[in-house]
Structure formats: C-alpha cells, structure tokens
Write a protein that binds this ligand. Structure first.
Ligand code: NDP
Ligand code: OXD
Length: 308
C-alpha cells in the first residue's frame, strides 16, 4: 500500500518529510517515481495522469492538492474512486489575508494615492467609514465564509451569494440566480470566490458589471475563465468599474503586452492568493485516510454532479 504525490516537486519533498514523520508505515512516492503501480492506493495531484486507474489498478482515493477541482479531468477517474479537494487551515488563512489586503487597498483608495504619487501629488481624499463600504462575496463556501467573517470585524457592510441558502452571522446572505441582481446592486467591492463550473464560466462579464453600482471594484480570486477580460477592460475604461485586483487570469500568465498588464487601475498577482500549506495539509490528508479506512465520509469529498 503506497501514496503517490504528483504536483510541485519542491512541495512534494515537504510532504514526503511530513509523511515520514507522521505515517512512517505508508511508503510515499513523488511522481514520476511511483514504484510498484499495483501498490498505489492513494494519489494526491494538481492534475492526475489521464485514466489513472489504468496505470494504478488498485487506486482507492484521488486527492486534489488544491481547493479547486476544475483542473481535473474527472471523466478519467472511475465513479468508485472518491475525489477529495483540499480543505485545510493554511489555504483558508492565506485567502483571508489576500482578500483582506485587497479590500483594504480599495477601501483606503490606495490605487488613487499610487497614481497621485506618480505625479508627486500630496492630496487627501475623504475617508469613508467601513460601515458605508459594501462588500459582496460570490461564493459562500469554505473560503468565502472565512473571508466574510474577517471582513465583518472591520465593520464593512458584508453580503454573500451562493447557490443554496446559507446563514452567516452579520452577513446578508443571498441565494440563487433570482437574487443575484439585488446582491450586485448593493455591492461596492465584489470578491469572486466561486469554483469554475459551466455555470460560473464567463459570469464576470459586461452584463454583471452593469448591475453593480457605478464605480464598484472587483477582486478576482476564483479562476481566470470566470472573467471576461475584454468586458473588464471596457468597464474600467468607461468608469463603470473603478479598480480590479486579479490573482487569476486566462491564460496564466497573460501574454506579454496584454492590456491588463499595464492598466493603471489593475493589479495582478500570479495566482498566489493562497496555497496549500504542507504542514497543515498533510494532517488533513492523513485524517481523511483514517476516515476512508473506517468507512467514514472524507472531508472535502466532491459531488461530481455539481462539479465542485
Ligand atoms: P467551496 O466549494 O467550499 O465553495 C463554493 C461556493 O460557491 C459555495 O458557496 C457554492 O454554493 C458557491 N457556488 C458554486 N456554484 C455556484 C453557482 N452556480 N451559483 C452560486 N453559487 C455557487 O469552495 P472554496 O470556498 O473552498 O473555494 C472556492 C474557489 O476558490 C475554488 O474552487 C478555487 O477556484 C478558488 N481558489 C483560488 C485560490 C487562489 O489562490 N486564487 C486558492 C484556493 C481556491 P453552495 O454553498 O450552495 O454550494
Ligand atoms: C487552489 C488554488 O485551488 O491554489 O487551491 O488555486
């Protein structure tokens, strides 16, 4: 019985060290070295190999090393093999930090102060209280909820949107297509923390931007293909949107010379909003292996019909 890791090898080396300490009886391999294929029971990957059970006939569980699962070709993973995404405290902390800094950057007018600095201008802008700044998060899952729980502490007017109804203390919760207009109409800073599915691909487009108040801003930390990039540029140029902070793009990276790279009202980071932390993730994976052995549901097991 063995565990195979197929993702960034430097992080894999950290996983290997942690497995050696915490589960010394479970042999751990880093792709492409997989030892005896028949011994591989568990695979953790950013992208699994195509049809993994053809190579590893005794595979029992596939783990995603990320929170998102859209990069998986699920059609190649047989239905009897559960697929588990990453829910672990390190990834949550990273996302909370990233979205908090992005929301505060927009709230405290740091885009405008940056532009002023380039002109050597020293000019105060009126300070808006957090309670008058309305933040709306698309996606009320593990990450969206954690982000809102932190932003609420700053006093922002917080809301969120999900597929099914949710209740979060101090957060106005909207659910389903029918409530999207009302959610957007009350949102000054829109954060996207949705998974990429057929329903969310291209969701952030001109029609959605038009339903936000004029001068709203976007923080995109979901997945690149959710955003229509030409529509974003048009909305920024018309003033419908004021600022955009993008951690994910399509493609990644954007090609040299793409207009988003140099737009004065766009900040881009290279998909670093958050990342699985080996020290916290390995504990979660080992706990899931125990659950699997005991016939209990694993934390983060995905529902293939929903696609997330
Ligand atoms: P979850 O699965 O826990 O939450 C997803 C949320 O989105 C749920 O609230 C779900 O609704 C909602 N949702 C899904 N589809 C729709 C829809 N069609 N309409 C309305 N709401 C919808 O995911 P996480 O919070 O763990 O992660 C979210 C995403 O963040 C990941 O899939 C990934 O793409 C991205 N991510 C980005 C990172 C980065 O570094 N940039 C790092 C980690 C993740 P419901 O509650 O009803 O199920
Ligand atoms: C993830 C990511 O999904 O890093 O975990 O994007």
């Amino acid at each position: 019985m063995a565990f195979l890791y197929k993702a960034d090898p430097a992080r894999g080396a950290q996983w290997a060290k942690l497995f050696a300490e915490k589960a010394p009886d479970l042999p751990f391999h880093i792709w492409p070295d997989h030892g005896d294929p028949a011994a591989i029971r568990y695979l953790a990957a950013w992208q699994p190999p195509a049809n993994p059970t053809l190579t590893f006939p005794n595979l029992e569980v596939v783990f995603s090393v990320g929170a998102g699962i859209d990069q998986f070709d699920l059609s190649g993973v047989p239905a009897h093999v559960p697929v588990v995404r990453m829910i672990e405290p390190g990834i949550v902390e990273g996302m909370v930090e990233y979205v908090t800094q992005a929301a505060l950057t927009i709230h405290r007018d740091l885009f405008d102060y940056g532009l002023q600095q380039q002109q050597q201008v020293w000019r105060e802008m009126p300070l808006k209280p957090a309670a008058q700044r309305r933040i709306g998060v698309l996606g009320l899952g593990v990450l969206g909820t954690a982000v809102l729980e932190r932003l609420r502490l700053f006093g922002f007017a917080c809301a969120g949107w999900s597929r099914s109804p949710r209740e979060i203390e101090g957060v106005e919760c909207y659910a389903g297509e029918g409530s999207l207009d009302a959610f957007l109409a009350r949102t000054d800073i829109l954060v996207c923390l949705l998974p990429l599915t057929s329903a969310t691909r291209g969701l952030l487009d001109a029609s959605l931007f038009a339903r936000l108040p004029r001068g709203a801003s976007l923080i995109q930390t979901g997945r690149g293909p959710q955003l229509n990039q030409p529509d974003l540029l048009a909305a920024l140029d018309s003033g419908q949107l004021l600022n955009a902070i993008l951690d994910v793009t399509d493609p990644e990276p954007l090609p040299p010379g793409h207009p988003l790279w140099t737009h004065p009202r766009v900040r881009i980071t290279p998909h670093i909003a958050s990342a699985t932390r080996p020290d916290t993730a390995v504990d979660v994976v080992l706990d899931n292996l125990r659950r699997h052995r005991e016939g209990l549901p694993m934390l983060g097991q995905i529902d293939r019909t929903r696609g997330y």
